[in-house]
Design a protein around this ligand. Sequence first.
Ligand SMILES: [Zn+2]
Length: 103
Amino acid sequence: MIENREFRAVELMQETCIRCGCTFWITKAHRDNLIQTKNDFYCPNGHSQCYRGEDYKTTISHLKNNISTCQNIRKEKEKQIDKLEKSVRAYKMLFAREKKKQR
Ligand SMILES: [Zn+2]
C-alpha cells in the first residue's frame, strides 16, 4: 500500500564540525533557532558545538564606538559646511562688489 504523504521543500544548511571536520546538514529553521538561542548541538560524531556570537556587553561596546565615530564624522562635516558657507559668503560679496564697479 502506498501512503499519501505530502512533501515540502526544506532548505538545508551545511555545517562543518569544529572538532572533527565532518560535514553535515541541518534545516535553515533549526540553524536560525540555534543561532538565536545559542543552544548546543552535535555533529554526527557527537561533538558538541554552538553559535556563540557576541554577548550583549560587547554589542553595546561596539555600538558606543560606532556612535562616537559617527559623532566625530558629524563634527568634521559641520566644520566643512561652515567653511563652505564662509566661502560662499565671500564670493557673494566679491561678486556684488564687481557688479557695483561695472555700473
Ligand atoms: Zn565532530
